[in-house]
Design a protein around this ligand. Structure first.
Ligand code: ADP
Length: 303
């Protein structure tokens, strides 16, 4: 077991930010932590990284208890906080050397800094001050500092927020590479990011876990019915479609185009084809909409 969280509660004064949260993460899993603002994601990540203590509950990283053996846990965890706190007046190389010095013996620092600069694509920018870097490159420095001691568990708090589309792709690729050999927990608001990077999703709402499933299973749960987009070669009345017993609703979204919701969870494309045949209609296009993670996220976090 890579990360073990049992009945963890966190109180800030009288406010409960986490309420008896429990889950386990196996080595090598890449887990997305989703939830609206204020759900408790950062609090949970700070607790696992030993930045703040839990009010109660047990957290273990690779069998080490964060209260009993916090130094051993810190050795195994790399953490990129949400605001990526960097020293803007330090040079990239200087800063990474400084962070490496916290973890490693002095003889290994130079080589490790060079490796990290190479790995995170910082070579061209390595002689600049951190304050002079673009946001994407600052994130690379943040990821480099999180990886510098070769931790087994990588915790990234909204690593791609505020990046432009190109930077986003590059940082995702970096995370993907890191995820090949590490356990990764990352928080994000972006569903495509979860789909691109994570094998499993934990959704938190108001300090409680409301879903913990593989991405595929969560997506399947997201809608009890299926949605189809169809285009006929001529106009139809809504009633003609709605009278069919396998259709729950039909909404016109173009001249001869319809958005149809099925009554059950079945694929009604063959039934639609039969209907069209009987009515002498031609189907110009027909597609089943993929159910989306957004839907389940909205469903689970809107109360
Ligand atoms: P998220 O990362 O999901 O946005 P957070 O873990 O940052 O959520 O916050 C969870 C709740 O705890 C929020 O209501 C937030 O205002 C509160 N909170 C977070 N940090 C502190 C703090 N240091 N002192 C008091 N309340 C806090």
């Amino acid at each position: 077991m890579s990360v073990f969280v049992q009945e963890v509660t966190k109180l800030y004064g009288s406010q409960k930010a986490l309420d008896r949260v429990s889950f386990e993460i196996n080595s090598g899993e890449v887990v997305g932590l989703l939830g609206p603002n204020g759900a408790g994601k950062s609090t949970l990540m700070k607790i696992i990284s030993c930045y703040i203590p839990a009010s109660s509950g047990i957290v273990k990283v690779n069998e080490k208890d964060i209260r009993e053996d916090s130094i051993a846990v810190r050795r195994q965890v790399g953490y990129l906080p949400e605001q990526n706190p960097l020293y803007y007046d330090m040079y990239v190389k200087e800063y990474l050397g400084f962070v490496a010095g916290i973890h490693l013996p002095s003889r290994s620092i130079k080589k490790r800094v060079e490796e990290m600069i190479e790995l995170t694509g910082l070579s061209a920018e390595q002689r600049k001050k951190i304050g002079e870097l673009s946001k994407g490159y600052k994130q690379r420095v943040g990821i480099a500092q999180a990886l510098i001691h070769d931790p087994k568990v990588l915790i990234l708090d909204e690593p791609t927020s505020g990046l432009d589309p190109n930077q986003l792709i590059e940082i995702r690729q970096l995370i993907k590479n890191a995820g090949k050999e590490k356990t990764v927990i990352l928080s994000t608001h972006i569903m495509q990011e979860v789909e691109a990077l994570c094998s499993r999703v934990i959704i938190i709402n108001k300090g409680n876990i409301v879903a913990d499933d593989p991405v595929e299973i969560l997506r399947k749960q997201s809608r009890p019915e299926k949605v189809f987009l169809i285009e006929f070669d001529r106009q139809l009345k809504a009633d003609e479609l709605k009278s069919l017993d396998f259709i729950k609703s039909a909404e016109q979204n173009g001249e001869n185009k319809w958005k149809i919701t099925s009554k059950g969870n079945e694929d009604i494309r063959p039934a639609l084809a039969r209907f069209a045949n009987e009515q002498n209609l031609l189907i110009l296009s027909l597609a089943m909409e993929e159910s989306r993670l957004e839907d389940i996220f909205h469903l689970l976090t809107s109360q």
